[in-house]
Design a protein around this ligand. Structure first.
Ligand code: NAG
Ligand code: NAG
Length: 331
């Protein structure tokens, strides 16, 4: 009798073990895109080796993210303001195990266009990626004067004049625009961001998806016309060098509670949660003589219609030790 029970428990254990292996195999076979990480042997230094199609991750010289040095910005009087359509989009928030991504509904009738700025084409808004740290001292992928923000929101659009969709555009010339919004801890959190943060508890584990209704991309952006722009890559594999980056010069604000909810998200599934999802920033990449342009002209007197064109314009970054008020600029 006892022997019989022992056999039964052994049998069940072996069965569970086998099931585990089958789940594991299914996991790894799912797709390349599912198992790269931000640390260890599938981390950023190895992305270029994991998949031959991602070789730019190790070989590319126009990679993102970068550190923006304010005193090396080049003022360009021909840069126009960026235009973002104001209507709302519905979509869904998805925990990929690497980050949170919002994807606009494919079958939506209205498209949100991103135009102007340095862009030569119309770009159609498609995805928002959220990168953040487990502590306040780091989290953003881009840095300004070596300062990292607690989080960075990246809005991607694809060139809708030349390509059909994001997956086609991302590895083609002039395929993508990436709008970067720095996120700072503050008293007056962005109300539009709240629409996204309110569903965090539904996407705590990998593969979980939650619908997000009626998000206005325009309202998510900080109130500013100032930006910095350079030519770079996607900050995740395959690191395609097809993105025009626009880094807005003011942050938006997130509350401590929202950050707390963000930091509770996990890389794994409910059964094996693994590690927290945070600290998902790719390390800084070399600038390799690229120019970072800006439309911010600090030398221009407030009532003047003409840009200054003063060759020795200097910029400086804010220090973030103080009160977190809404008037801060990033540079
Ligand atoms: C967005 O851009 C496309 C061109 O790519 C244009 O046909 C469409 O009317 C624009 N949509 C809006 C709402 O402006
Ligand atoms: C993207 O467009 C290409 C070219 O039209 C098409 O082959 C591909 O199936 C599309 N991909 C998705 C995910 O819609």
């Amino acid at each position: 009798m006892i022997e019989n029970i022992l056999h039964k428990t052994m049998f069940i254990r072996i069965l569970i073990c086998l099931l585990g292996i089958i789940v594991l195999i299914n996991d790894t076979e799912a797709s390349w895109e599912d198992w790269w990480t931000y640390d260890g042997i599938s981390g950023p230094s190895f992305w270029g080796l994991i998949n031959p199609q991602w070789s730019l991750c190790s070989k590319g010289r126009r990679q993102s993210p970068i550190n923006i040095e304010p005193d090396k910005l080049l003022f360009d009087p021909h840069l126009r303001p960026v235009q973002v359509d104001k209507h709302k989009v519905a979509g869904s928030l998805h925990n990929t195990g690497q980050f949170l991504v919002f994807k606009a509904d494919k079958d939506a009738k209205t498209r949100v266009n991103i135009t102007g700025g340095p862009l030569a084409y119309h770009y159609q808004f498609e995805e928002i990626y959220i990168h953040y740290g487990m502590e306040n001292g780091h989290g953003s992928e881009h840095r300004v004067n070596n300062y990292a923000f607690p989080a960075e929101i990246q809005v991607y659009g694809f060139n809708a004049e030349l390509y059909h969709n994001m997956s086609e555009a991302q590895h083609k010339s002039q395929g993508l625009v990436a709008l970067s919004i720095m996120v700072q801890l503050g008293e007056k959190p962005n109300p539009e961001l709240r629409i996204i943060t309110s569903v965090f508890n539904k996407v705590q584990y990998r593969t979980q998806t939650a619908p997000v209704g009626h998000l206005s991309l325009r309202e998510l952006l900080p109130e500013t016309d100032g930006y910095m722009t350079y030519e770079g890559s996607t900050t995740h594999p395959g690191c395609w060098e097809t993105a025009v980056w626009l880094i807005l010069n003011k942050p938006i604000y997130i509350s401590a509670q929202e950050l707390y909810a963000l930091r509770r998200l996990m890389q794994g599934t409910e059964l094996t949660p693994k590690a927290p999802l945070g600290n998902n920033a790719r390390p800084l990449q070399g600038l390799h003589h690229r120019t970072i342009r800006t439309n911010i002209d600090f030398r221009k007197p407030p009532d003047s219609k003409c840009p200054s064109m003063t060759p020795d314009t200097r910029y400086r970054a804010n220090t973030w030790q103080d009160d977190g008020s809404l008037t801060h600029n990033v540079v």
